[in-house]
Ligand binder design. Structure first.
Ligand code: HEC
Ligand code: HEC
Ligand code: HEC
Ligand code: HEC
Ligand code: HEC
Length: 299
């Protein structure tokens, strides 16, 4: 009994402490959120990785090809504000973080560190950007899946085993001191080399954890249920990080070349229905093999 009481008191003290260690005050503007997740310091010491990442789709995950920006805009206009009649949203000012999680759960997980005002600012910028406003697009470009998203926020999954990611820590493959002014320690993430790191956003199917489940990327589902059971033993990192942090998909010619092997076997011959009446005929056997670790195309 005495021990139990002690444990309860300890919990009450410990909870607020970890909350302070892990959390910041929430960002109230896009600029504040961009500053909270600022990675400009990384460039000085990890220049090559930074350049690769900067060119990746991760770096501009609110704009994309730019289909993402346009689709977020229509999700807000036609979905949240219109067809999802029970969302409680009529105008931009009614939008809350929870509404934008329909897309930002994966396209910008750091939205969890922002207020509803930022969710509204992003919704408006996507609509304006899709309508051709370059300033709005430039605003969205300040945010994306960056070094801190993968090396801190998403670096620990099993929170009852590993705890919450700590402030000021960069998670990679080793432990020790780190020369960055803000992220002064390195810790080992148990999943940095595992497909599950990527699976957090690359989708299993409908996102049932959301109030209004959406479905976008689903290839982690086919990786788990088709590729692995068929004997596939490569991780996402092994197939997608040979160009480092650029992480190419089908738009990269070198990656696309690896996607499918096609073998064609053709034999030409003459078929003779009756004497003197020959018909040229061909037999063509085409074999196509998907070499990706999942269904293609995705989504
Ligand atoms: C002043 C230079 C410097 C800055 C700034 C810096 N790093 Fe590092 N970083 C290093 C060095 C040096 C190592 C290797 C440490 C070691 O091997 O013990 C390292 C290691 C790492 C690793 C771990 C690699 C592994 O093997 O697991 C990651 C991840 C990383 N840095 C990310 C970042 C990020 C993200 C930023 C920006 C927020 C950043 N670094 C800023 C110098 C820097
Ligand atoms: C925080 C969520 C998140 C994590 C973690 C993540 N991704 Fe992504 N990834 C995305 C989003 C969102 C996009 C699409 C951005 C856009 O174009 O709108 C993307 C795009 C990509 C693309 C390009 C797809 C294309 O259409 O060309 C590849 C390849 C990719 N990711 C691989 C990986 C790999 C490999 C990992 C793990 C090492 C990983 N991702 C981890 C969210 C994530
Ligand atoms: C489960 C996480 C997840 C959710 C939720 C999600 N996406 Fe995605 N989305 C991704 C990933 C990962 C990719 C890139 C990989 C791919 O194309 O398979 C992607 C790709 C896209 C693309 C194609 C990228 C491009 O540059 O052309 C569009 C468009 C897109 N998402 C829009 C949306 C919209 C709009 C929403 C909300 C209604 C949304 N997504 C919700 C993870 C997600
Ligand atoms: C989409 C997730 C993702 C993003 C974004 C990301 N990383 Fe990484 N990073 C990884 C993964 C996964 C590995 C481990 C690869 C392995 O060990 O096989 C890694 C490895 C590293 C390493 C150590 C290995 C090496 O290649 O030297 C450093 C340093 C690093 N990242 C720095 C950065 C910096 C700096 C940024 C931002 C410019 C960044 N990362 C953005 C996922 C990411
Ligand atoms: C055996 C190698 C291999 C593995 C394992 C693998 N991929 Fe791929 N992936 C590819 C190839 C090759 C392509 C190019 C497909 C194409 O050209 O359409 C691709 C394409 C993609 C794309 C672009 C989607 C599209 O429509 O083409 C994304 C996103 C992606 N992979 C993410 C991942 C993630 C996340 C994992 C781990 C869950 C993973 N991949 C595992 C080889 C692999």
């Amino acid at each position: 009994m005495r021990f139990l009481k002690f444990a309860v008191v300890f919990l009450f003290i410990a909870l607020p402490l970890t909350a302070v260690a892990a959390g910041h005050e929430k960002a109230k503007t896009i600029d504040e959120l961009a500053k909270m997740y600022d990675v400009s310091s990384c460039k000085g010491c990890h220049a090559k990785i930074y350049d690769e990442w900067e060119k990746s789709y991760h770096a501009t995950s609110l704009i994309g090809s730019p289909r993402t920006m346009a689709t977020i805009a229509s999700a807000v206009k036609d979905g949240i504000m219109k067809e999802w009649t029970k969302s409680g949203v009529k105008e931009i000012k009614d939008i809350k973080v929870e509404h934008m999680l329909s897309c930002l759960k994966c396209h910008l997980p750091q939205i969890k560190n922002a207020t509803d005002a930022v969710a509204q600012e992003i919704a408006k910028a996507a609509i304006d950007g899709a309508a051709g406003d370059d300033d709005a697009k430039a605003k969205l470009k300040k945010l994306g899946i960056n070094c801190i998203t993968c090396h801190n926020q998403k670096a620990l999954i099993h929170k009852w085993t590993d705890g919450e990611p700590e402030a000021g820590v960069i998670y990679g493959n080793k432990e020790g001191a780190h020369a960055d002014g803000k992220f002064k320690a390195l810790k080992k993430s148990p999943i940095m080399k595992e497909s599950i790191l990527c699976g957090q956003c690359h989708g299993l199917g409908p996102n049932f954890d959301l109030t209004e489940p959406t479905q976008c990327a689903t290839l982690y589902g086919s990786y788990l249920h088709a590729y692995v059971p068929a004997g596939g033993n490569k991780t996402c990192q092994e197939c997608h990080m040979d160009k480092g942090h650029f992480m190419p998909g089908y738009r990269d010619p070198d990656q696309a070349k690896k996607a499918v092997t096609v073998s064609v076997d053709a034999t030409g011959y003459y078929f003779l229905p009756k004497a003197g009446d020959s018909q040229p005929t061909a037999k063509v056997t085409v074999k196509m093999l998907n070499n990706a670790g999942h269904r293609i195309p995705d989504g």
